[in-house]
Design a protein around this ligand. Structure first.
Ligand code: AMP
Ligand code: FE
Ligand code: FE
Ligand code: ZN
Length: 284
């Protein structure tokens, strides 16, 4: 049983359709994936149906754009009621924040001498309801400004680079309460990737556990070995479920191949057990 609980499709900033993603997962030897597109559940139905054909179980999820002290934090919500009005309203607000910053980012890119049009970005977004910086990166690649997404982030788009524009995000403890309110299970995504250990300190994670956080991603491509062992010890101390995942984005990210990290079957079974007890949504 090989389990990867954090993958993205073209419904947000992954490059493969939900159907192809599921078949790619099967080809990579996975038996379970957690589909967690940014701020949307739109890919879940398609992925679940493809899963029936491919023999891959799809745990429904979402990666919610959150913030803590003005810094970006990602929260994974598994097994939520995908019709919960409060959760849906908040996801819509996050998506609106994504759309709302497009023009400001285009203005900055033009000033930096790498102009893009709205249409060039929207061509990369396609039918996805969730617009992200990776779509800008793909438009920059298409124009020949950069060679790949990584270079676009390093030169222009990362949080500390000149084309970055902040957007609305949910305060992370509010997002945890929303996930719980929708009968879901909240797991902090890549808590100590990209310098976030300064914001999501052990004390902050302990505080989030008090408001209903139930898991942390320990094995993730953005965590080195030392980070993984420290996070694992913290998770054990706080009684959090420890997960592992690739954060796969199709062709969009280096070192994030499907199954690059796994979640242990015991951890996965505990997630399913808790969801079942509270009436959350299980793979079907
Ligand atoms: P946004 O959702 O618009 O704030 O953009 C953040 C997203 O960009 C993350 O969820 C990742 O998918 C992606 N991302 C962040 N940093 C990088 C990077 N260095 N290379 C490629 N993709 C990245
Ligand atoms: Fe992403
Ligand atoms: Fe993330
Ligand atoms: Zn992700």
């Amino acid at each position: 049983m090989l389990i990867d609980l954090h993958v993205h499709s073209s419904v947000s900033d992954g490059t493969t359709s939900p159907t192809r993603l599921v078949f790619d997962a099967r080809d990579a030897g996975l038996t379970v994936i957690g589909l967690v597109d940014h701020d949307t559940f739109d890919g879940i139905t398609e992925a679940t149906e493809a899963g029936h054909r491919a023999g891959v179980s799809v745990l429904p999820g979402v990666e919610i754009s959150c913030e803590r002290d003005g810094r970006s934090v990602h929260l994974l919500g598994y097994g939520c009621d995908m019709r919960d009005p409060a959760l849906l309203a908040e996801l819509a607000r996050c998506r609106a924040g994504r759309t709302g910053r497009v023009q400001a980012m285009l203005d900055k890119l033009a000033e930096l001498g790498v102009p893009l049009t709205v249409d060039e970005v929207m061509e990369q977004v396609g039918a996805a309801p969730s617009v992200g910086r990776p779509h800008f990166a793909d438009a920059m690649v298409a124009k020949g400004y950069v060679k790949d997404r990584t270079e676009a982030f390093e030169n222009y788009l990362a949080d500390d680079k000149p084309a970055y524009v902040p957007r609305y995000a949910t305060e992370v403890s509010d997002a945890i309460r929303l996930v719980r309110g929708a009968k879901g299970l909240a797991v902090l995504a890549h808590p100590w990737g990209r310098g976030m250990d300064q914001t999501l300190t052990s004390d902050v994670i302990a505080e989030l556990a008090e408001v209903g956080l139930e898991g942390i991603e320990v094995d993730h491509p953005d965590h080195d070995d030392q980070t993984r062992s420290l996070l694992s010890a913290l998770g054990e101390r706080l009684g959090l479920i420890r997960t592992g995942s690739s954060d796969h984005h199709g062709e969009g990210k280096r070192n994030h191949l499907l199954g690059a990290n796994h979640t242990r079957p015991t951890a996965y079974r505990e997630i399913l057990r808790r969801l079942k007890v509270r009436g959350g949504v299980l793979p079907h």
